[in-house]
Design a protein around this ligand. Structure first.
Ligand code: FES
Ligand SMILES: [Fe+2]
Length: 397
């Protein structure tokens, strides 16, 4: 007899193929076909900086000539960490026996060896390619022969008067702190969940965005040549329509216009959800602005306070995205879910993700990767737009 009690609940499980990011895992190999931001430009500096990306621990630095480098931490000589290395004009020098490596891992000096190392050319510190754009450092952790071009995005390339691109590493939009202790997919798939907005952000915890965003939208979901999107229409009190498009661009880009709707137009920023490892993510943002350091000013307040100033009782009474997503668990148990009709977008993004993971496994290129440097511009549709009410005859529902 099924009484529905928790007694006898089966052992829960999650979809590892969609969530785990390590080397050699299906999703990890899919993610390794793209560039990911791993730091702000300023993070690559004269002091070695440990970074953790897709479950790999690495060292980021910038040599004296201004080139950023990303290397495996264990020195290829006898394995001490380059965290204690010293940055020089040509690269990073290991503290133990002084081997010097350039930003591509080539060994340039072995001071304990005759002639600075006659065989130094055969030593190579494992490294990854990096490129800088939009104030961020992007790294490619995949197979070298599959390295795609680093895309440009029209919403960041086209700027209004006085606008420039600023970058932020505080995980704007996480609803909480910069490091979020749950799986990256819990945040990424949330882009396709517009129905939580009028509940979690519109009424349950008070008005976290704006009253306008609290209106229940009419929603369409679609796939795009680069991922998935939601198209949301909210009928405003004056009869006009707030037409809002949000995009999940594969593999991890959140292209979601400001939910406070300070103005109408194309989305002003892109957030890259960076999987740190299976159970942690952070978000790097680059966006158009007219004032340095202000990208995060649209951050939510709860009960009139910043997230980090809340008491535990207030977190419980005024939860936001951080509480809801971390609350799903380190990696949400998919076996215990009951997807409903309003989860159509969630099912869609997971299906598309699964198809890309399968494509990589079968030797094909996943969605959105390109190899032609002359064709690196990605056009996006996301934004908040104000539309006149449709003519009465055309309004079917
Ligand atoms: S362990 Fe790095 S130089 Fe010896
Ligand atoms: Fe949210």
């Amino acid at each position: 007899m099924d009484t529905g009690t928790a007694y006898g609940l089966p052992e829960p499980s999650y979809r590892a193929e969609l969530t785990e990011v390590g080397r050699g895992t299906p999703c990890g190999e899919f993610l390794r076909r793209y560039w990911h931001p791993i730091g702000l430009a300023a993070d690559a500096a004269g002091v070695p900086r440990p970074v953790r990306v897709l479950g790999e621990d690495l060292i980021l630095f910038r040599d004296g000539k201004g080139r950023a480098g990303l290397v495996y931490p264990r020195c290829c000589h006898r394995g001490t960490t380059l965290y204690y290395g010293r940055i020089e004009a040509e690269g990073i020098r290991c503290c133990y026996h002084g081997w010097l490596f350039d930003v591509e891992g080539r060994c340039l000096d072995q001071p304990c060896e005759p002639d600075g190392g006659r065989h130094r050319g055969s030593a190579r510190q494992p490294w990854y390619p990096v490129q800088e754009r939009y104030g961020l450092i992007f790294a490619y952790l995949g197979p070298p022969e599959k390295k795609p071009v680093l895309p440009r995005y029209d919403i960041l390339e086209t700027r209004g008067p006085g606008e420039f691109i600023d970058a932020d590493d505080t995980s704007i939009g996480s609803g909480g702190p910069a490091l979020v202790p749950c799986n990256w997919l819990q945040h990424f798939e949330n882009i396709m969940d517009p129905f939580h907005v009028p509940i979690l952000h519109g009424s349950f915890s008070g008005v976290q965005f704006t009253a306008q965003m609290g209106l229940m939208p009419k929603v369409d979901f679609a796939t795009t040549p680069r991922g998935t999107m939601t198209v949301q229409d909210r009928i405003l009190p004056d009869g006009r329509i707030h037409h809002r498009i949000t995009e999940a661009v594969f593999p991890t880009l959140r292209v979601v216009p400001n939910p406070r709707v300070a103005g109408y137009g194309t989305c002003e920023q892109i957030g890259w959800v960076l999987p740190i490892d299976d159970g942690n993510f952070r978000i790097y943002v680059a966006g158009r602005t007219t004032e340095k350091g202000t990208l995060g000013k649209g951050r939510s307040k709860y009960n009139g306070k910043w997230w980090w100033d809340l008491t535990e009782a207030e977190h419980q009474r005024f939860p936001g995205d951080y509480e809801a997503q971390v609350g799903q668990g380190r990696i949400s148990f998919h076996s215990e879910e009951h997807l409903a009709s309003s989860d159509k977008g969630i099912a869609m993004i997971r299906r598309l993700l699964k198809r890309q993971i399968d494509a990589v496994r079968e030797g094909r290129d996943p969605i959105g990767v390109g190899f032609d440097p002359a064709n690196d511009l990605v056009k996006l549709d996301a934004g908040n737009f104000l539309m006149d009410a449709p003519p009465a005859a055309a309004s079917g529902d």
